[in-house]
Ligand binder design. Structure first.
Ligand SMILES: NC(=O)c1ccc[n+]([C@@H]2O[C@H](COP(=O)([O-])OP(=O)(O)OC[C@H]3O[C@@H](n4cnc5c(N)ncnc54)[C@H](OP(=O)(O)O)[C@@H]3O)[C@@H](O)[C@H]2O)c1
Length: 292
């Protein structure tokens, strides 16, 4: 008989996320242990508690979820958790700080329903943030030509270089400035899609800019807080036709994101050696879509 499923939530914020806790319960976890203010310095003992209590086959019934608002802190926690493992004595672990991996996966899978990504150019607006970097990474992995947009050319170039080096093989990623109308128009030239990943409540593209960008056929806006990141896209848009374009808003992408989040948690309990970061979570999303 298999052991009850225990998910241990390590959150970098003082109070562990209630959002992540609810999704865990909805993912058929039997027990949820929640820890806040988890850091690289204090996580090792918590991981040992997960590793040394159940042996052999039973290890797969314990798993770790890393969350919190700070994605970089989450990335450091993921490294520290893996460093605490040795040999086969380990448990599966998933990183989704600030919903970055599930959101980016859902956005890119939505884009792939409408564009042949391997033959498309997409502008990731606000692409220097944690969600934008993951969107850029996943798009590039699908063979898309990716432009990471930022108000600062230096930040754009740094993000493009960081994303490119995180991927094995040749990918097409460039950093572009989107500061001002002319720079934005140049960044949008010959683009088929926009994925807006700017900070909450920030308008990144208005109708005037969109009117000039005649090649753009797909608009995805991940910002749910008014005003919309892309003018004219509503948060609830889900593959909605707007003129000759298709639009998705944050809530429109959110349904698939939630399904991916739940599927990813369930998959943690299939073995004791899973590490779910952007690419693995995207792959789970692909499998979900393939299964209908
Ligand atoms: N739907 C969902 O389930 C879900 C889940 C998670 C996140 N989100 C949303 O996804 C979006 C991206 O999240 P994130 O955490 O990656 O965002 P973030 O780090 O807060 O911001 C992303 C980028 O936006 C740009 N930006 C910030 N303030 C700006 C301003 N006043 N004007 C223009 N650009 C500005 C910055 O780029 P530069 O400084 O380089 O220009 C920043 O790197 C957010 O809107 C978030 O709410 C949605």
């Amino acid at each position: 008989m298999s052991r009850p499923r225990i998910l241990i939530q390590f959150d970098s914020d003082p109070q562990p996320s209630t959002f992540d806790a609810v999704v865990a319960v909805d993912s058929q976890v039997d027990h949820l242990f929640r820890h806040g203010a988890v850091t690289e310095e204090n996580v090792t003992g918590l991981v040992h508690g997960a590793m040394f209590t159940r042996g052999g086959e039973d290890l797969k019934s314990t798993a770790v979820f890393i969350g919190g608002n700070d994605v970089q802190a989450g990335e450091h926690l993921l490294s520290a958790v893996q460093d605490a493992f040795f040999g086969p004595v380990r448990v599966s672990v998933m990183l989704d700080s600030n919903g970055c991996n599930t959101t980016a996966s859902a956005a890119v899978l939505s884009a792939g329903k409408h564009l042949d990504l391997a033959n498309s150019t997409l502008l990731v607006l606000g692409g220097t943030g944690p969600v934008g970097r993951r969107v850029a990474r996943l798009l590039a992995r699908q063979g898309a030509q990716v432009r990471i947009g930022s108000r600062s050319p230096d930040r754009a170039a740094e993000a493009a270089a960081e994303v490119a080096t995180s991927i094995d093989g040749d990918v097409s990623i460039e950093g572009v400035s989107t500061a001002g109308d002319d720079a934005l128009a140049a960044a949008l030239e010959d683009c088929q899609g926009i994925v807006a990943c700017g900070a909450a409540g920030v308008r990144l593209v208005d109708q005037a800019a969109l009117e000039k960008a005649s090649s753009v056929k797909l608009l995805i806006d991940l910002n749910a807080v008014p005003p919309a990141g892309i003018e004219g896209v509503e948060a609830t848009d889900k593959g909605r036709e707007r003129g000759d374009r298709v639009a998705y808003g944050a809530l429109g992408v959110g349904g698939l994101k939630m399904k991916i989040h739940r599927a990813a948690i369930q998959s943690l309990f299939e073995s004791n050696d899973r590490v779910l970061d952007a690419d693995e979570i995207y792959q789970l999303g692909q499998e979900l879509l393939a299964d209908g």
